[in-house]
Design a protein around this ligand. Structure first.
Ligand code: ARG
Length: 284
């Protein structure tokens, strides 16, 4: 028996939307500071770019992306955001000596929230594209995965190559590199949605023919939602791997985050976090 039903998915979706509406900017940004270009190399009088004024490291993510970040019901019935990005974020906060706060939002908002200093970092399965690099800085790559095409089991053989996606209806997450990949496909009709769970619902109801997703995310949905499969078609992305998004010019933060990532890599922790998060996503 598959554990997720469409009903569960819609429930998750409404909870996510409700919580998004109820959320206020957790960090009060001093507007002077927001308008002031930061010097990338020298520390300012108010402290270096590592200074977390709120005392909390606020990370922005879109919790629709198992096993990177997703929601589970905790024992007291509330929704908790978990995943391997969250575990990495905890380690970054620990090394900085501050508490961690998570802000869930649509993926298409993460860059703007960072630029507006309403969050300190993006940990959201972020791919380091050239376009994004113009706006924000990146950590080193902490994990790599491939792109995949997901469809209904009965249609699997219709999508053995990327050529077969031409002229089809394709579901992708808004603002993602998958949206960029789909835009390049001749004659394709795109449905760009805020959450990956929405895309899965469109697939299930036949409103899109395929969805393009990162491999680990596709696997997680396929394992939990009956009737979905990963096809043999292999989308190509120019960017490899995932990075932490950091405010432009915050060089000290880049170095600090890389230090934590290096430590986690040396301790084989990232692989461990991925395994644990994958298991957790299966249990949902
Ligand atoms: N890796 C893709 C990108 O950077 C998709 C990331 C989506 N992340 C998420 N948490 N939904 O565009």
């Amino acid at each position: 028996m598959k554990k997720w039903s469409l009903i569960t998915l819609s429930l998750i979706l409404s909870v996510v939307m409700l919580s998004a509406c109820g959320q206020k900017a957790a960090k009060n940004t001093d507007s002077d500071k927001a308008n002031q270009p930061k010097n990338s190399t020298t520390s300012q009088a108010s402290g270096s770019d590592l200074t977390i004024e709120s005392g909390k490291l606020i990370i922005g993510l879109s919790a629709d992306f198992p096993p990177y970040e997703f929601q589970v019901k905790s024992s007291n019935g509330t929704n908790e955001i978990v995943g391997f990005d969250v575990e990495i974020a905890k380690e970054i906060a620990k090394d900085l000596g501050v508490e961690l706060e998570i802000k869930d939002m649509p993926f298409s908002s993460v860059l703007n929230e960072l630029k507006g200093e309403r969050i300190d970092l993006i940990l959201s399965g972020l791919s380091p594209t050239k376009e994004r690099k113009k706006e924000i800085d990146f950590s080193n790559i902490y994990y790599k995965a491939e792109q995949t095409v997901v469809t209904l089991a009965e249609n699997k053989d219709n999508f053995k190559t990327m050529d077969q996606l031409k002229g089809k209806k394709i579901g992708v997450q808004m603002g993602s590199i998958q949206e960029g990949i789909a835009k390049e496909i001749e004659g394709a009709t795109l449905t760009s949605l805020a959450k990956n769970s929405d895309i899965v619902m469109q697939l299930k109801s036949g409103r899109v023919d395929v969805a393009i997703m990162e491999g680990p995310v596709a696997k997680s949905f396929v394992n939990n939602v009956e009737g979905l499969v990963i096809t043999d078609a292999k989308p190509e992305a120019e960017e490899e791997g995932y990075v932490v998004g950091i405010k432009k010019g915050h060089t000290e933060m880049v170095n600090q985050v890389n230090k934590t990532l290096d430590r986690l890599k040396a301790e084989n922790k990232i692989e461990q976090f991925v395994l644990e998060a994958t298991e957790l996503a299966e249990k949902k």
